[in-house]
Design a protein around this ligand. Structure first.
Ligand code: ACO
Length: 329
C-alpha cells in the first residue's frame, strides 16, 4: 500500500505581550502609517526576556499533540526549524523533547531561516513515505526580539515572536502532503542581504562586534522583497506541476507572512483571488520559520481550512532558501 504523510494535528502559540506600531513610534523614527502602508503590519507579539524558542515551541507542540489525539511517547522524531535556537547546542529540539516528554524521539534543529518549517515538512514526508518513521513532530519557532536591532527602523518594525507545530503521521489514505519541493541558492548567502554576521565560527561576538550591532539582523529589504516575489510563485508552481494540479484547485494559499505587499504580489502572480490568500502578518509580523504553521493552525481553528481542502504553503528566507508544500487536509 502506498503511504502518505498526513497532518494529524496542529498547534500554535503566540506570546501575550503586544508591541504596536504606535509603541514603535516611541522607539525609532517611524510611523504607524509608514509601517502599515509598506508592510501591512499593525502589531506583533514579543516574548518575555526569560522566554526562549523552546518555551514557545513546547506550548505549540502540546496543542498539536492534543489535536492529533496522540501520546508524546508515540513521537519518533522532532524537527525544530529555527534561526533563534535557545543555545548553539544542545539543539532546541532536545529542549522541546524534554518539555513534552517525547522519550522515544530523536531530535534535531533545521536551519533554513524562514523556509525552515517547509524544509521540516519535506524531510518528514520523505521519512514517512519511505516507511522509516510513522510519527514526526515538526515545529517552526522563533524568538526574534533578541536578534533584532531595536534602533534600526529598517528591520525592527518587521519581526515578531511565535511558534507553530504539526504532528505528521503515516496514513494509507491519499491525503496530507501531496507534493513538496525545497530549494536553495548559496550564491545569495550574503550576510548583508539577510543574516547575522557575528556569533558563528566566522566572526565571534567580540566587544567590537557588539558595538557595531553585528550580532543583530542585517538586511537589504528592497533586494529581499524582489527575490521573494519571484521565488515563491516559482516554488508554488513547481509543486502544482508535481501533483498534476492547477492553481484553480486550491482552496487556500498560505504564503510566508513577511510583508502584505509580497503576499499580495505572490497571490496575484499565481492568479489566486485575494479571498483565498491567508493573511495574518497584520497581527504577528514576520515570525520567520513559524509564519506558515501559525497561519495554517489559525486557518484550521477559524474554519478557513477544512478537512478535504487543498492548501498550498509557500515560503522563502535567508540562504537563500525556499519551499512549497501542497496539502490535502
Ligand atoms: N519607518 C519610516 N521610514 C522607514 C522605515 C520605517 N520603519 N524603514 C525604512 N524607512 C525609510 C528608508 O530609510 C527609506 O528612506 P530614504 O528613501 O530616505 O532612503 C524609505 O523608507 C524607503 O525605503 P525602501 O527600502 O525603499 O522601502 P520599501 O518600500 O522597500 O519597504 C521593507 C521596506 C518594508 C523592508 C520592504 O523592502 C520589505 O518588506 N522587504 C522584504 C523584507 C523581508 O521580507 N524580510 C524578511 C525575509 S524572511 C527571512 O528570512 C527572515
Amino acid at each position: 500500500m502506498k503511504r502518505y504523510a498526513a497532518i494529524a494535528g496542529t498547534g500554535a502559540y503566540l506570546p501575550e505581550t503586544v508591541l504596536t506600531n504606535f509603541d514603535l513610534e516611541k522607539m525609532v523614527d517611524t510611523s504607524d502609517e509608514w509601517i502599515r502602508q509598506r508592510t501591512g503590519i499593525v502589531e506583533r507579539r514579543i516574548a518575555d526576556a526569560d522566554v526562549a524558542t523552546s518555551d514557545l515551541s513546547v506550548h505549540a507542540s502540546r496543542l498539536a499533540i492534543k489535536n492529533a489525539h496522540i501520546d508524546p511517547i508515540d513521537i519518533e522524531m522532532i524537527l525544530v526549524a529555527t534561526v533563534t535556537p535557545d543555545t548553539v547546542f544542545p539543539s532546541t529540539a532536545c529542549y522541546v523533547q524534554q518539555g513534552i516528554g517525547a522519550k522515544n524521539a530523536s531530535a534535531m534543529d533545521i536551519s533554513a531561516a524562514c523556509a525552515g518549517f517547509l524544509y521540516g515538512l519535506d524531510l518528514a514526508n520523505g521519512l514517512i513515505i519511505s516507511g522509516q518513521y510513522n510519527t514526526i513532530l515538526v515545529v517552526g519557532g522563533e524568538v526574534f526580539n533578541n536578534i533584532v536591532d531595536w534602533e534600526d527602523r529598517n528591520t525592527c518594525v518587521l519581526f515578531g515572536d511565535g511558534a507553530g507545530a504539526a504532528i505528521v503521521q503515516a496514513t494509507e489514505e491519499p491525503k496530507g502532503i501531496l507534493a513538496s519541493y525545497i530549494g536553495s541558492d548559496g550564491d545569495y548567502a550574503d550576510i548583508n542581504l539577510l543574516g547575522i554576521p557575528a556569533g558563528g565560527s566566522r566572526m565571534p561576538v567580540t566587544s567590537d562586534a557588539l558595538d557595531k550591532n553585528l550580532n543583530k539582523i542585517q538586511m537589504n529589504g528592497r533586494e529581499v522583497f524582489k527575490l521573494g516575489v519571484r521565488l515563491m510563485p516559482e516554488a508554488a508552481q513547481r509543486v502544482l506541476r508535481k501533483a498534476e494540479m492547477s492553481i484553480d484547485d486550491i482552496d487556500l494559499l498560505i504564503p510566508h507572512q513577511a510583508n502584505l505587499r509580497i503576499i499580495e504580489a505572490v497571490g496575484d502572480r499565481l492568479g489566486v483571488p485575494r479571498e483565498k490568500v491567508y493573511v495574518n502578518v497584520d497581527k504577528y509580523g514576520n515570525t520567520s520559520a513559524a509564519t506558515v504553521i501559525i497561519a495554517l493552525d489559525e486557518a484550521i481553528r477559524q474554519g478557513h481550512a477544512k478537512p478535504g481542502d487543498l492548501v498550498l504553503l509557500v515560503t522563502f528566507g535567508a540562504g537563500l532558501t525556499w519551499g512549497s508544500t501542497l496539502l490535502r487536509l
